[in-house]
Design a protein around this ligand. Structure first.
Ligand SMILES: Cc1cc2nc3c(=O)[nH]c(=O)nc-3n(C[C@H](O)[C@H](O)[C@H](O)COP(=O)(O)OP(=O)(O)OC[C@H]3O[C@@H](n4cnc5c(N)ncnc54)[C@H](O)[C@@H]3O)c2cc1C
Length: 376
């Protein structure tokens, strides 16, 4: 049984070595966020180096479910109530644009399949109907699905999001890293940063999502690590799922890849306290829950070839932190996508780079770290 993600086996990002003796900007974290950020900065002529304790893309960016969805972690109707109608609409539009860019960058590693958000019970049906109505009201492409005959389990309706897709996340990170290197960025892999003091650069961007604990106590308070567990099966001959599916408020998610493998993750809520950790290991209770659900989905137990875990960053209001860290001159952050970092990581990695370059952006207000980070 492989305990590494299937994605990294298929495509482990590597970049050409480049030497830069002095850099202006250091980025900590070589996932989607850090690579996207470094690309923008290098294209603007900045001398930038990306540090990672592991290899490129070996954090959550190479360990996730491969869903590329518009929006953020909150449902759209809830986002409108919580963040305001205009802010929610702008955020969803910006993630749609980021999805288009993701498609252009990822090439073959992205498929525009749409995604299916399923209601597991009557209560969830009412909730996602609310989301469907508000999305339609605000002019977003969305379809309601009642016919779910392709599924064995009893779901109560679904929203089909036609603009969403599926991405091979490790291959996507490879493309982002290549673009950054082409523009002049350097990478220092297997270089854990213990303290910001040791980084020789005028500006530092923290792009560690849920895994950068210990760098700044204020960020440790605002970004909560959460563990997600996933499995992948051997190729299944029948084509069962044409697009990424998710249910129970996104707690459970699965898709079938081009090669027939099923990638299934979730059930974090079955042991929510133990899963609020940055310990990147699989556990029996969650893996057993995944197995039971796999049998429910397929009607039999297929061969499982990979089981892995990954860590992502959650925030209290389910919005990322992007911008300067209060009380720390020259320190910036882009993190906390609450499980939606494939598209948001691209958007926010670029956004923090733009902010650092002095460009103002309305989204920076919504994502301002000052709303959750107390200056101690
Ligand atoms: C199991 C799982 C399933 C998910 N499914 C999806 C999905 O289907 N769709 C979706 O959009 N999102 C999903 N997510 C979330 C998504 O993967 C992340 O939000 C996204 O990858 C974050 O990218 P990042 O570059 O910000 O962080 P990461 O990819 O986590 O990269 C951070 C990097 O920082 C490095 N680092 C940390 N601390 C230090 C240090 N002190 N010094 C040096 N380096 C350091 C780490 O080694 C790591 O490589 C999932 C996450 C998990 C864990």
């Amino acid at each position: 049984m492989e305990t590494q993600p299937f994605w990294l086996e298929e495509s482990r990002p590597v970049v050409a070595a480049r030497d830069l003796d002095r850099v202006e900007i250091a980025v900590i974290g070589a996932g989607i966020t850090g690579c996207a950020c470094a690309g923008v900065l290098a294209r603007a002529g900045k001398r930038v180096r990306v540090y990672d304790a592991r290899g490129i893309g070996e954090g959550a960016s190479g360990r996730n479910g491969g869903f590329a969805l518009r929006g953020a972690a909150a449902r759209y109707d809830v986002a409108r109530e919580t963040y305001g109608v205009d802010a929610a609409r702008e955020l969803w539009q910006r993630t749609e644009h980021a999805l288009d860019r993701l498609e252009a960058i990822a090439g073959d590693a992205f498929r525009r399949t749409g995604s299916l958000r399923l209601a597991a019970d009557v209560e969830e049906r009412v909730e996602i109907q609310g989301e469907y109505e508000t999305l339609r009201e605000d002019g977003f492409a969305v379809e309601w699905r009642e016919d779910l005959a392709h599924l064995r389990s009893d779901f109560r309706g679904a929203i089909f999001h036609p603009r969403d897709g599926a991405v091979q996340p490790a291959a996507f990170v490879q493309h982002l890293a290549d673009l950054a290197v082409e523009a002049g960025a350097a990478f220092a892999e297997h270089r854990p940063i213990q303290s910001l003091e040791e980084v020789e650069a005028e500006q530092i961007v923290i792009a560690t999502d849920g895994s950068g604990r210990g760098l700044l106590p204020e960020l440790d308070e605002a970004l909560w690590p959460a563990r997600g567990q996933v499995l992948a099966t051997a190729p299944v001959a029948d084509r069962l799922f044409e697009c990424p599916h998710y249910a129970r408020h996104g707690f459970d998610y699965w898709q079938q890849l081009r090669n027939g493998r099923i990638v299934l993750g979730g059930f974090r809520d079955f042991s929510i306290l133990t899963e609020m950790t940055d310990d990147e290991m699989t556990t029996e209770p969650i893996q057993e829950a995944l197995d039971v659900f796999l049998v429910e989905l397929l009607g039999q137990m297929p061969e499982v070839t990979h089981r892995w875990a990954g860590i992502f960053g959650l925030t209290q209001d389910l919005l990322p932190l992007v911008g300067p860290v209060p009380g720390h001159d020259g320190v910036w952050v882009a993190a906390g996508y609450s499980g939606h970092g494939n598209v948001l990581g691209l958007l926010c990695g670029e956004l923090v780079a733009d902010a650092l370059l002095g460009h103002d952006e309305s989204l920076l207000q919504l994502f301002s770290p000052a709303r959750l980070v107390q200056h101690v």
